[in-house]
Design a binder for this molecule. Sequence first.
Ligand code: HAS
Length: 568
Amino acid sequence: MTLIDPGTSNPAYEPRFAGGYELTQKEKTFVGWHLGIGIAALMVGSLMGPLQAFQFSGLDLYPYLEPIIQSYYQGLTLHGVLNALVWTTFFIVGFTAFTTMKGLGRPLSYPKLNLVGFWMMVVGLVTTAIPILTNSATVLYTFYPPLKASWAFYLGLTLVVVGSWVEGWGFFLTLRDWRKDNRGVRSPFIALGGIINAAMWQIATLGVAVEILTMLLPWSLGLIDNTDPELARTYFWFTGHPLVYFWLLPAYVSWYGMLPKQVGGKLFSDSLARLAFWMFLIVSVPVGFHHQFVDPGVPQTWKWIHALLTYSVFFPSMITAFTVIASLEYGARKRGGEGLIGWIRALPWMDPSVAAQLLAAILFMFGGIGGLTNASYSLNIVIHNTAWVPGHFHLTVATAVTLSFMGISYWLVPHLSGRQLWSPKAALVQAWTWFVGMIIFSNAMHVLGLLGAPRRTPLGDATYVPEEWDGHLLRTSLGGAILLVSVIIYGVIMVKTMRSPKVDAELVPAAPIAESIRSPQLTPVWLDTFKPWLIAAGLLLAIAYGPQLVDQILNMNLNSPGPDAVPW
Ligand code: HAS
């Protein structure tokens, strides 16, 4: 087997591996704009969350928001689109631009291409926001037909996705050029990890691109009268599940490639880290039917196949748990930590960036267990479309991902802006309040789901709520209130940091880039090559989705007109 030695044989390699390349001011500003827009979206989107939670226990604040927000569902659409789609996508693309440049130790090869992609995303965001705010796209973040939105909503989302593709092409071309100049050298992990995620995203979003361009956009423009909700759902979930790994993998880039350095340690195994990312490239997409276990139009066999494949996507996360915890333990023991689990105390818990990511990862263990419950064909029927599901995704995307991104921003925003983090103590409070608020909120939602409470329902108005739900509904509101405090603290920290004076370069946090424990790390070539993994991803996709897609397209049933106006 051919091995690549990135060690001292290539003297130019080491400084770059150690993060020696300093982004220019222009590059920092470019990354910073992505982050700024993402954070602004998170702030607005998150304000809607507690309103939903308060509504559950009878405190209905929606009437006070009229005429801007006219209903629970308009607020829920704003919450889902801004938090799950906009905050994540802008942060991820910006962070990937950063890890690509920093990791590869060079500027983007075609910065104008990335600039075009960025502006497409911005125009798309504005185009999407207008119909949501004018209540003509109250279709929730999954925009299932027959709910119909204004054409501007679909067009705007398309622009955001295509913009992120264009930025992805910029990353691929930069990696290609780096490889030409560094033959025989293993590509640095933080760059490769982000770029594998960008590649997975290009494959994953084909589903929603086809859905919007061939079905939803012509339908909302009145070019076709009816639509087929079943086929649309199949296209949507082709994208919808890998979407969750698109959110997760940048957090994994940080957990594997940066957090170990922040705790004074090293990455336990560079090879295992890469293997996990390649596995995600292969198995993230062909699992979408696990969101359609109860859909009548998908035959049982295909649901079983996707259920089995869903269990395979569990493995890269188990590899991650093992490798990241081993890296943390190594760092903690170097800091004097002792004992079987006593070393955990030696981690730098007072560093808000570290604390936020550790707390995010701890809650992800529970989110993962819930994910396995969802994936079980038989148990899914108990939790599907109940409050359990938002309970699950508030542990995953709203904590593992969002709290990790917040933790990353605690060093990245100061690093990019040349300032110091305003009040690290407040940042610690923010991380812990998020953790506590989310435990209360998501536990209550899980329990409510098991008791049969439906998701996406203003339960405060429901006439069928039994007494046994009351305490849990109240806990949902309490968790929501704590999360509201936490997100406000986060916003204040970000604004105050950006308004702080610039400081000398040595006072600005450096980008933490972890080295591998084994130096030089001899990584097999097959863990540094796109081709075999892309072929495997394409083959598995064709097997797992091909026959069903052909069947559903050939038997397309355009029978659903959808409402002419939003019914609420
Ligand atoms: Fe999920 C529904 C299955 C992961 C997000 N999921 C959703 C929805 C969202 C979502 C948004 O099978 C709702 C969609 C909608 O609106 O309808 N999910 C899974 C499975 C996993 C999983 C098997 N989900 C995620 C992630 C998400 C996410 C990640 C966002 C980022 N999910 C489902 C299913 C449904 C579903 C069904 C449909 C339900 C229905 O019927 O509607 C797995 O990938 C999870 C694997 C995770 C683990 C955890 C590993 C733990 C780690 C942490 C280690 C700890 C450390 C800390 C390092 C195995 C890596 C140590 C700390 C120290 C101090 C030492």
